[in-house]
Ligand binder design. Structure first.
Ligand SMILES: Cc1cc2nc3c(=O)[nH]c(=O)nc-3n(C[C@H](O)[C@H](O)[C@H](O)COP(=O)(O)OP(=O)(O)OC[C@H]3O[C@@H](n4cnc5c(N)ncnc54)[C@H](O)[C@@H]3O)c2cc1C
Length: 387
């Protein structure tokens, strides 16, 4: 771990510092920095390894269900994502999806649901996914049309979900579908759908610039027991937003990890690349770049860990999480771009760490609420407070 001064910030307790340092040492030993050819196999192996290492215990809430604590600790989730992202984008993804995919169960599941799914998620024995987005309902979540019709003691799901991370390798999906109790966001419920349920098919695998398991799902008269509903009927949107409140801040933390790695790579290259009778770092233009990278990273870290700390105090973090996600993802993009520039031609060469970071960061500015959506959230909170 190159720079650990931030672990002394007042947002953290000694256990957080221990966790980050232990994971950093474990990551250096157990995971490597490049995606292989087969992301499905690599992702499955990472989930297993993270489970065996005990790290996935932090992704679920409840000690009886294998969790590290009774409730999900946002600072731990963020430190884990930051650390993993610094080592290996896919390891961060594997960890994050276990948490996001099971978050609704940790936060709103029944005892039976928690007992059935969470221990396997925490052990890395079951892979989780979160299915909210649809082809015509991305930023505008409330436009979703995927429906779940109550029929006796069952629900019948029809429709599509897309951009579903872990789609194709997940053992279960937490699916949000319209149940129609009220219009818009008040008529949505959450369900757990096991991957082998008849009527659920992987309609398409989606290839993205930083490859992850990703798919479009199709539900055709997919029948599940009513006991698979998570939370009250019609409350699914709230369940989704509560889940995102935890994990949105952790997207900022992942961006921070990518940016820290880019700065490390940039520093190393600037200090070793010989040119004009010295090295790249001798020049003030380079120093200005490095100074801006480091300052952007500290600003993102302050916003990220403020939001995480605030949520762990039991306070609302709508505004703070949105600020953290917006600033950390946008500025990580700039930090990584600067690192690519420092590396020159090598920076755009396939297989170089900065090249893979450049591809890895892009989607973070889009998913779990694009930057523009975060801006709207921040402004809405400001205007509400001012009214
Ligand atoms: C790699 C990846 C993984 C994903 N994983 C998951 C997952 O696991 N589960 C899941 O449910 N979804 C997932 N998503 C989907 C993701 O959440 C959506 O892509 C995102 O919500 C944006 O929706 P959209 O792609 O339909 O874009 P659109 O809603 O069409 O938005 C396009 C653009 O419009 C702009 N915009 C949006 N709203 C406004 C506004 N009000 N004013 C001005 N501009 C605006 C933004 O720049 C946005 O990027 C994933 C996406 C990606 C790329």
């Amino acid at each position: 771990m190159a720079d650990t001064h931030y672990l002394d910030w007042p947002f953290f307790e000694p256990r957080h510092r221990e966790l980050a340092l232990a994971l950093d040492a474990w990551s250096a030993q157990h995971i490597t920095g490049h995606h292989g050819e087969d992301v499905d196999a690599e992702c499955r192996a990472l989930v297993r390894a993270l489970g065996q290492g005990g790290w996935l215990r932090h992704a679920v809430g409840g000690r009886a269900q294998g969790g590290a604590a009774e409730a999900i600790d946002t600072r731990s989730i963020c430190l884990i994502r930051e650390t993993l992202a610094r080592h290996h984008g896919l390891a961060d993804f594997a960890f994050a999806m276990q948490g996001l995919g099971s978050g609704a169960i940790s936060l709103a599941g029944t005892e039976a649901q928690r007992a059935r799914y969470l221990p396997r998620v925490a052990a890395g024995e079951a892979i989780a996914a979160f299915a909210l987005s649809e082809p015509q309902a991305g930023s505008d979540v409330a436009a979703m049309t995927c429906s779940a019709r109550a029929e006796g003691q069952t629900y019948v799901i029809d429709g599509e979900k897309t951009w579903i991370s872990n789609g194709g390798i997940a053992d279960f999906y937490v699916v949000f579908a319209r149940t129609g109790e009220a219009p818009g966001s008040r008529g949505i419920s959450a369900f757990i759908v096991d991957a082998d349920t008849p009527g659920l098919e992987i309609a398409e695998r989606i290839d993205v610039i930083a490859p992850h398991p990703l798919a479009r799902l199709k539900f055709s008269a997919c029948r599940i027991p009513a006991s698979q509903r998570v939370g009250e009927a019609g409350q699914g949107f709230k369940v989704a937003m509560r889940t995102l409140d935890v994990f949105r801040t952790s997207v900022a933390a992942a961006a921070l990890g990518f940016a820290r790695r880019a700065l490390d790579e940039g520093l190393a290259r600037a200090q070793s690349r010989k040119m004009f009778g010295g090295v790249l770092a001798d020049f003030q233009l380079t120093q200005a770049k490095l100074a801006q990278m480091a300052t952007a990273i500290d600003s993102s870290a302050l916003l990220t860990y403020r939001a995480a700390w605030q949520r762990d105090q039991g306070r609302s973090v709508t505004r703070e999480a949105a600020m953290a996600k917006m600033v950390a993802t946008e500025s990580a993009q700039q930090v990584i771009d600067a690192a690519v520039q420092l590396w020159g031609g090598l920076g755009v060469t396939r297989g170089q760490m900065v090249e893979s970071l450049y591809r890895e960061i892009r989607a973070l500015r889009i998913y779990e609420g694009a930057t523009e959506v975060q801006q709207l959230i921040i402004a809405r909170e400001l205007l509400k407070a001012g009214a």
